[in-house]
Design a protein around this ligand. Structure first.
Ligand code: SF4
Length: 218
């Protein structure tokens, strides 16, 4: 699949999310918030769901949490345009409440398709919701963060949600900084391993689309 194919298919998915009313969140939103960043990025971030600013602007991680995310990316030599950013649910939960299990269940196929198409080497889950969804764990983010977890021929590295770090202060931000550096180092290591065996295609996963789609979140 070419980069253009990926971009076009993600565009179709984004339009499908905009038309979606599969759960109650579709009724209260201003607009769906599908993604931001590079469709062929090696590093993908998955948060929880849009907040008020995201609902207004149509982009994930704007406002203060977005500024912190951008800042942490800059510290590891990346820009927002270098990575792909999305959320577990694409529409804003009212009053920024947590997404409900039935809302996550209705929406997760969009995220599965995004991961399959973007095909990142490393996925950073930010916070409890995305971490628990991808890793099928009940363990909280405080214990999960910073782990390097093999996942469908990729790596998942959980970290805190930027909004939580803003509430909890510099110590949590410092922890996120460590996790971001770990993600960058992991990608570099995978690139070096691929180069050493002359297999540039090893960095993105070998795609078995059908089984991935069926298996990501089941
Ligand atoms: S949150 Fe997801 S499933 Fe619910 S209406 Fe929005 S796009 Fe559809």
């Amino acid at each position: 699949m070419t980069d253009l194919d990926v971009t076009m298919l993600l565009g179709e998915l984004s339009r499908a999310a905009e038309a979606c009313r599969a759960c109650g969140l579709g009724e209260g939103r201003i607009q769906s918030v599908f993604s931001d960043g590079r469709p062929t990025a090696d590093l993908m971030f998955v948060g929880e769901g849009p907040g008020k600013n995201e609902d207004l602007e149509g982009l994930p991680f704007v406002g203060k949490a977005g500024k912190l995310l951008n800042h942490l990316l800059g510290e590891v030599g990346l820009e927002r345009a270098d990575v792909y950013i999305s959320n577990v649910v694409k529409c804003r939960p009212p009053a920024n409440r947590d997404p409900l299990p039935d809302e996550i269940a209705a929406c997760k196929h969009f995220l599965a398709d995004q991961i399959r198409l973007v095909d990142p080497a490393v996925v950073m889950t930010m916070g409890n919701f995305s971490t628990k969804l991808l890793l099928k764990t009940t363990t909280g983010i405080t214990r999960m963060r910073g782990q390097v977890v093999p996942w469908w021929n990729r790596i998942v590295i959980p970290t805190f949600h930027p909004a939580a770090a803003l509430r909890n202060g510099p110590k949590m931000v410092e922890t996120m900084r460590t996790d971001f550096q770990l993600a960058v180092d992991t990608i570099s290591l995978k690139r070096a391993q691929a180069d050493s065996v002359g297999q540039a295609s090893e960095l993105p996963a070998a795609a078995d689309s059908e089984s991935e789609q069926l298996g990501f979140f089941t």
